[in-house]
Design a protein around this ligand. Structure first.
Ligand code: ZN
Length: 420
């Protein structure tokens, strides 16, 4: 790894590159895009043949269908898949195809995706993470504790006197991590919210004694209630969030705790679902091994049009609401189907006092499972009342509710709102 280049990149991103308004952002993006398209026309067999005038809409399926022809590093899918699966099984997270690292994304909808990265891309990624996430007052000498379900080379690439980086496996029990964290004393704690909440429990009992400067939630949606709990348990003003998919480093929070799209790294095209909700179509301006041009994610983002007090002209996101697959579907009172966004289901649960750990699973249009522990009869009644209210407001037939125990399996991504 070329540390000099990382540091140069980091300094450039941190101190030199400031965007004052939308016009500057757009100009920067246009110039980067032109370079990116020219590169793909030269290096990607797919785009060399097709040109980049009319870009196809990409998604995971498209990426897998045209994998061999799309990537610019000559990696074949069959070989890459073999390497990635073997690594996943043995938990050896350094799978490589020659010079190229291979990552496997499980996704929530079951489709597997293969992602490639080169050493240079990993350096860039590291520089971006440094530039955007390190605490403002303490640039050097940070110790990062990064919890991930499965790692790949991308995440192990930061290790220098300026920055120490340790990977923690989320599939191991939280209790086992406590003594290691106490010894390591991370300045940055990065983990999925389900793991952060579990660790917060140990912080409250005094077993976990760490004082991170920054806590960053990744990989799962950070619920409002969990956010408040973490702020209290870890005495933090802001719980930071990274919206990081294998598809790229898409967004992170500013000093005010508001999410901004990293518009210096990606261009986002909005496909609106209603006034503020949209699906992002992303064009990665830095990734070269595998073109991500006009790549549609099925996450629902909610736009916030107010300017942010931090002054960044980057697109502000109110929240990430979940996957399109998790829109609930109910029977309409007048026939037909009624679609309800995951956020409304989440709010139903918020109204009922005292429920922190839960899952709402839609089994059928007329049946929901509510997973929570030790609910009182009064709380159950409140959940039922809230669903009846939601049904009345949206003209659908209230579903039957089944209460089941809540179980958290740290090996899988936690989704509070899920449709089967
Ligand atoms: Zn901001």
């Amino acid at each position: 790894m070329n540390k000099l280049r990382i540091i140069k990149d980091f300094i450039y991103k941190r101190w030199l590159k400031k965007f004052r308004n939308r016009r500057e952002v757009q100009q920067y993006q246009a110039a980067k895009l032109k370079k990116q398209l020219a590169y793909m026309e030269k290096k990607s067999p797919y785009f060399a043949r097709r040109g980049t005038k009319d870009l196809p809409v990409m998604n995971k399926q498209f990426m897998m269908e045209h994998f061999d022809e799309l990537n610019t590093v000559g990696v074949k899918m069959e070989q890459a898949m073999k390497i990635a699966l073997k690594a996943e099984r043995s938990r050896d997270f350094t799978p490589r195809c020659g010079e190229v690292s291979v990552g496997l994304s499980s996704g929530t909808s079951g489709h597997r995706g293969l992602f490639l990265s080169t050493a240079k891309e990993q350096e860039l990624w590291a520089a971006n993470v440094c530039a955007k996430l390190l605490p403002k007052g303490k640039i050097w000498g940070n110790r990062v504790a990064f919890f991930l379900r499965s790692d790949n080379n991308l995440y192990q690439s930061v290790n220098s006197p300026a920055l120490e980086y340790r990977y923690f496996d989320t599939s191991l029990s939280p209790a086992g991590h406590v003594p290691i964290l106490n010894q390591y004393q991370p300045t940055l704690l990065i983990a999925p919210p389900s793991m952060l909440v579990a660790l917060a429990g140990y912080a409250e009992t005094g077993e976990l004694k760490i004082r991170p400067l920054k806590i960053i939630s990744v990989a799962e949606i950070l619920e409002e209630a969990d956010k408040k709990y973490l702020q209290k348990a870890f005495a933090q003003k802001v719980i930071h969030q990274v919206y990081q998919a294998t598809e790229g480093f898409l967004a992170c929070t500013c000093a005010y705790g508001n999410l901004h799209i990293n518009e210096d790294l990606v261009i986002v095209k909005k496909k609106y679902l209603d006034k503020n909700r949209f699906y992002p179509g992303i064009t990665d301006l830095e990734r070269t091994s595998q073109p991500m041009l006009n790549y549609e994610l099925n996450d629902i983002l909610v736009e916030d049009r107010r300017p942010c007090p931090c002054g960044s002209p980057f697109l502000r996101i109110k929240r990430i609401e979940g996957r399109a697959d998790d829109i609930f579907v109910f029977y309409g009172k007048e026939g037909g189907k009624v679609r309800i966004f995951p956020d409304f289901i989440r709010r139903v649960m918020l109204f009922v006092d005292g429920i922190r750990e839960y899952q709402v699973i839609q089994v059928r249009p007329d049946l929901l499972q509510i997973a929570a522990n030790d609910l009182t009869e009064k709380q159950k009644q409140m959940v039922m009342d809230e669903f009846c209210r939601l049904a009345a407001e949206n003209d659908f037939i209230p579903p039957e509710l089944e209460f089941i125990p809540y179980q958290w399996d740290s090996k899988v991504k936690l989704k509070r709102i899920r449709r089967l």
